[in-house]
Design a protein around this ligand. Structure first.
Ligand code: GTP
Ligand code: MG
Length: 452
């Protein structure tokens, strides 16, 4: 660790929420506001993430953030599509994100993926704020583009404001039902015991200054010590996705949360079998939009420092798993790093029984979350793996003694064609969903119905 405040790493902010509630629009708005402020070049697009430096946070937040009061370098936002599980975002047994924004459409309130996100935030103890989005859709809303919401809230007619209040109180009630006390952010004194709710519009930009101010303040106040890492040390990250890329073969989209990674570095990556030991051939960043005319979609960079989102091209990545750790070996003994990765993977190990159902999930983190939900529901699991549902999973399911266990539960995965055919032939049932608790409930309902 280091005492130099210039060495603080960027806090990682995950943007979560139900499908269509406005996560991507909110990030686009933050980027767009920066363009208006003439700071476009300062925002850098990463793989799966957007880095917003402190000066830009400050510009967009108007007079709400005084850059001299902060020494964190800015914020790194990770967009998580609604269909993609936030549980992927893990690091060393904890949450990959330092803070989260839970985006909720004020009209829709809590939806299945909102609840799922809340459970994971609770399990991982991740601090978060709630962005109550789409306030511009309140009938009669009088917008002031990009204004702090505390001000435009006051500018509304009594009728409009009371309509918004009603929706906000409903949301605060839902949060309370989930075990979190919350209030409008300007009434929150202690953000550690109370969740701040920030009314926003990703359409008009209202509330975006407030959101950035609250995030920056939270990070500075409560997370600074966690940001004091050795960012020049060997890199550590988490695989977001394993992606086939033309010209590069199998690549990894990674969030680097610690240290530095360089081209040519020896790395260890968690795989379906033994950890993979390989060498970084290229570190890739998306090209700036203005340069996208050219054939090349990526820029080669010699090194990257945490926090960052990047694509790693290297040989032998076919067996890499989404959600798995990535470690730079550096000066350490490669065997020690392999042992570290194995130990971290062991944390995800799902306890399996001789008799039970087969479960599949898209990432290690989501597999673990699904396995926990199964254990809670007392449904035995015979096999649990990351990946799409394949014919050999069907073969596995046929080995169950009890008919109700001749079942495969898939979370966020595809069913390969030949697996679907084989399942039909072998009378193996397939359940799939992109909501864990839905999957468990569907299976429980099926068991209940057949026992009636
Ligand atoms: P997924 O990635 O699919 O989970 O969705 P998302 O949460 O990223 O939602 P997205 O940003 O794609 O927005 C969904 C729709 O809502 C789009 O049509 C947006 O234009 C619209 N939308 C998002 N935010 C606002 C808002 O503040 N006001 C209004 N009126 N529309 C919004
Ligand atoms: Mg999106």
């Amino acid at each position: 660790t280091t005492e130099d405040p210039g060495e603080l790493r960027t806090p990682i902010v995950a943007v979560l929420g139900h499908v269509d509630h406005g996560k991507t629009s909110l990030l686009d708005k933050i980027r767009g506001s920066a363009v208006i402020e003439g700071e476009a070049g300062a925002i850098t697009q990463h793989i799966g993430a957007t880095a917003v430096p402190l000066e830009v946070v400050s510009e967009v937040a108007g007079n709400l953030v005084d850059p001299t009061e902060f020494d964190l370098p800015g914020l790194l936002f990770i967009d998580t599509p609604g269909h993609h599980s936030f549980s992927t975002l893990r690091s060393r047994g904890g949450a990959l994100a330092d803070i989260a924004i839970l985006v909720v459409d004020v009209n829709d309130g809590f939806q299945p993926q909102t609840e799922e996100a809340i459970r994971i935030l609770k399990d991982t103890g991740t601090p978060f704020v709630v962005a109550a989005n789409k306030i511009d859709t309140i009938p009669g809303w009088n917008p002031t583009a990009d204004a702090p919401v505390k001000q435009t809230y006051e500018d509304q007619s009594d009728r409009v404001r009371s309509q918004l209040d009603e929706k906000l109180y409903e949301l605060i009630g839902e949060l309370s039902g989930a075990g979190f006390s919350s209030d409008l952010y300007w009434r929150v004194q202690n953000f550690q015991s109370n969740i701040g709710v920030i009314p926003v519009s990703a359409e008009t930009g209202e509330g975006v200054p407030d959101l950035l101010t609250v995030l920056m303040g939270l990070a500075q106040r409560y997370m600074k010590s966690e940001m004091e890492v050795d960012i020049d040390g060997p890199g550590a990250g988490t695989v977001l996705e394993v992606v086939e890329e033309r010209g590069f073969g199998t690549t990894l989209d990674v969030i680097l949360y610690d240290g530095t990674i360089e081209q040519g570095d020896q790395i260890v990556v968690g795989g379906t079998n033994d950890p993979i030991v390989t060498e970084v051939r290229a570190l890739l960043k998306p090209r700036e939009l203005s340069e996208i005319r050219t054939e090349k979609r990526f820029d080669d960079v010699p090194e990257m420092q945490a926090a960052a989102g990047l694509k790693i091209a290297a040989p032998d990545l076919d067996d890499a798993m989404a959600g798995a750790p990535v470690r730079v070996v550096g000066d350490k003994d490669v065997a020690d790093v392999v042992a570290d990765v194995e130990a971290e993977l062991a944390e995800f190990a799902v306890e399996t029984a001789d008799e039970g159902v087969v479960v599949k999930a898209d990432t290690l983190g989501s597999l673990e979350a699904l396995a926990n939900a199964m254990a809670e529901a007392e449904i035995p699991v015979m096999a649990a793996e990351v990946g799409d549902i394949a014919p050999r999973d069907v073969s596995m399911a046929t080995t169950a003694d009890e008919d109700k266990h001749r079942t495969i539960l898939g979370f966020n995965v595809d069913v390969l064609d030949d697996a679907a055919d084989k399942a039909e032939e072998e009378e193996v049932r397939l359940f799939d969903s992109d909501v864990i608790y839905q999957l468990v409930e569907d299976y429980e309902e099926f068991v209940e119905a057949r026992e009636r």
